[in-house]
Design a protein around this ligand. Structure first.
Ligand SMILES: NC(=O)c1ccc[n+]([C@@H]2O[C@H](COP(=O)([O-])OP(=O)(O)OC[C@H]3O[C@@H](n4cnc5c(N)ncnc54)[C@H](OP(=O)(O)O)[C@@H]3O)[C@@H](O)[C@H]2O)c1
Length: 337
């Protein structure tokens, strides 16, 4: 494939509002021996990108300062040590940064084939939320078929992914969300019950739905005062996976139920983990989850809106408004070659 010398990418001019995102001309990323260069067709937008733009979530050492944690496209070049991929392969990839661009470098182990039946746009919005949900819900919290899970923020990119995956693996899903429209969307995706947390106490709803048993697994992106309420909502031997603290980083908790109910409260972030660890997650997703797309037992999360790469600021403004359901995607154009 003939590569251009320069590309369009989105730069964060300085920490600030969406308007600090601006298209710039840049050189193509250099790939290391274990990396591939992807000619990007589409890039997913995730809430951590907003935190990075605001200056609260700096890229890990060695990562591109260009935002963007996931892309899909075509492999344009291979590092000298890469095996198993060919130039021209259609892939999606989890990145530590650099996705808002016409070309992105990705560790080969963090690439996955575009699942059967999915478009490049649909594949671009999978990696960040699928790696995160698989790590936290299935590996760390060990969700089992027949168990119940409470997903907070059910209409988010992470939440819609968790509803789809947990349902596909035979769990009973309860969710919270902040509007009636979001709750209806969660049910349409497979949740057995969705509670509008502005009007309904999710602890009472969880106990009612489980006949007083409590929920087996909780995926929490809120933290703050949810921590004590999660403990109250959990079943004996329950697992609580914390992935963000949007509602506050401090919490006051009565620790006694942790002992009597034998709870596990855990937390994790995906981005700083090693490429080898992300590669192991990619293999698990390839073996356990990708076949479900081919069988139509699993659908991708809904795409709420599409934007041109150059309009990344508009995508951030929409995500900041909190009105979206599912994912936002940037579409990347290339001059005819
Ligand atoms: N740990 C990790 O590795 C990891 C990886 C990826 C993402 N994350 C985190 O996961 C979260 C979701 O990411 P995303 O990309 O899916 O974002 P998103 O689509 O923008 O969704 C954010 C969701 O958070 C909910 N929310 C925000 N503040 C809330 C509050 N105080 N109480 C209840 N709900 C609240 C909103 O729900 P309502 O509109 O219904 O209120 C919204 O649906 C973000 O915090 C992100 O930083 C963590």
């Amino acid at each position: 494939m003939r590569l251009p010398e320069r590309m369009t990418a989105i730069r964060i001019r300085e920490p600030g509002p969406p308007s600090v995102l601006e298209p710039v001309e840049s050189v193509l990323p250099q790939i290391g021996p274990a990396q591939v260069l992807i000619r990007v067709a589409a890039a997913g937008v995730n809430r951590p990108d907003l935190l990075q733009r605001q200056g609260h979530y700096p890229p890990p050492p060695g990562a591109s300062p260009i935002p963007g944690l996931e892309v899909a496209g075509e492999i344009a070049a291979l590092g000298s040590e890469v095996a198993g991929w060919q130039v021209g392969d259609a892939v999606c990839a989890l990145l530590a940064g650099g996705g808002y661009a016409q070309f992105a470098a990705a560790p080969a182990v963090q690439c996955l084939p575009v699942p059967a039946g999915l478009t490049l746009q649909q594949a671009a919005i999978l990696p960040e939320t699928f790696f995160t949900v698989w790590l936290n819900v299935f590996q760390r919290a060990g969700l089992q078929p027949g168990e119940s899970i409470l997903v907070h923020g059910g209409a988010s990119g992470i939440g819609t992914t968790a509803i789809l995956l947990a349902s596909a693996f035979g769990a009973r899903v309860f969710t919270t969300a902040g509007t009636a429209e979001k709750c209806a969307a969660c049910v349409a995706l497979g949740a057995a019950r969705a509670s509008n947390y502005r009007h309904v106490d999710f602890v009472a709803a969880g106990h009612e739905a489980t006949h007083g048993r409590g929920v087996d697994v909780i995926l929490d992106m809120v933290g703050g005062e949810y921590v004590a309420r999660n403990v109250a909502a959990a079943a004996t031997d329950g697992r609580i996976a914390l992935i963000a603290v949007q509602g506050g980083a401090q919490a006051q908790v009565d620790l006694r139920p942790n002992l009597t109910k034998r709870l596990k409260i855990m937390g994790a972030t995906l981005r700083p983990q090693s490429s080898a660890a992300k590669g192991r997650l990619a293999q698990d997703l390839l073996n356990e989850v990708w076949p479900l797309f081919a069988d139509r037992r699993l659908a991708p999360p809904p795409i709420h809106a599409r934007f041109a790469l150059e309009a990344a600021a508009d995508a951030h403004a929409l995500m900041e408004s909190g009105t979206h359901i599912g994912k936002l995607v940037l579409l990347v154009r290339h001059p005819a070659t």
